[in-house]
Design a protein around this ligand. Structure first.
Ligand SMILES: [Zn+2]
Length: 265
């Protein structure tokens, strides 16, 4: 599994299987090389399917068990069950405008897409429930991470103190330069304490800012009662590591996509 990223805290738990893909170990060519998981980016369909076959086999799943999101940088979270199996990959999907998914049913591979945005993995070991959310800057301003946790609380009686959270590879504060407009959105959404930890003046003379989306999510979860020791944050930046990841900021639209996959066994 050395071409797939996994969290140390989650990878040895028998009840779950998960990964965040890299560019390595697939069959796609050129800008898509090699493990492109995006169907809508211009890559050959059969290459993408082969990439999914390889990843799901490694995880002990089949592609028929996957359920693909339909991400729009908003904050809707949907409960997924057996009736959604294969949607978005093996058959038409009724899932629309969904950036967060959760389930307490085994054998369902929640699947979300990335090329710099932050993947958020949630595992409730007490109620045997999982969730996966896509949090770019818009989703982070809307606090989709918090809304996912609240949705798990409502549906599965999840308590923040029990949850294990993985914050995956994403564009880091080293590379994520944003304009004043974006900074203002964060100022409105987060208190000064958190702003001091996530927004920094840019090193160049652009009068722009460097934004730490992973830290924004981490602070949000800690404030909601998740134990710091239960939050694992990947230090990997998708923009810095050209060899490992597709990055929208670095590559623009001619690129592949990573996916996060998360399932209860
Ligand atoms: Zn970076």
């Amino acid at each position: 599994m050395d071409n797939l990223f996994q969290f140390d805290r989650l990878k040895n738990i028998k009840e779950i299987t998960h990964c965040y893909t890299t560019r390595l170990g697939g069959v796609s060519k050129d800008a898509f090389a090699s493990l492109n998981m995006g169907f809508n980016r211009g890559d050959a369909y059969e290459n993408v399917i082969e990439n999914y076959q390889r990843v799901t086999t490694t995880l002990g799943l089949s592609i028929e068990q996957l359920v693909l999101s339909d991400q729009v940088h908003k904050d809707a979270v949907m409960e997924i069950n057996e009736e959604h199996l294969g949607m978005g990959i093996c058959r038409e999907s009724t899932i629309k405008n969904i950036d967060g998914m959760m389930t307490n049913k085994p054998g369902i591979g929640l699947t979300t897409f990335y090329a710099d945005c932050v993947p958020l993995f949630f595992y409730d070991p007490i109620h045997k429930a999982i969730a996966l959310s896509h949090s770019g800057w818009r989703g982070t301003v809307k606090k989709i991470g918090l809304k996912t946790l609240e949705a798990m609380q409502r549906k599965y009686k999840t308590q923040a103190k029990d949850v294990l959270i993985g914050i995956g590879p994403a564009i880091g504060k080293c590379c994520y330069q944003v304009s004043d407009d974006v900074k203002k959105e964060f100022d409105l959404s987060f208190n000064d304490d958190i702003i001091g930890k996530i927004v920094f003046p840019s090193h160049d003379d652009s009068k722009k800012y460097m934004l730490d989306l992973k830290m924004a999510n981490q602070c949000m979860f800690e404030q909601a009662g998740v134990k710091s020791s239960n939050i694992e944050v990947s230090s990997l930046c998708t923009s810095c590591h050209e060899d490992l990841f597709y990055s929208h900021r670095r590559m623009g639209t001619s690129r592949g996509s990573q996916v996060a996959i998360f399932a209860l066994r």
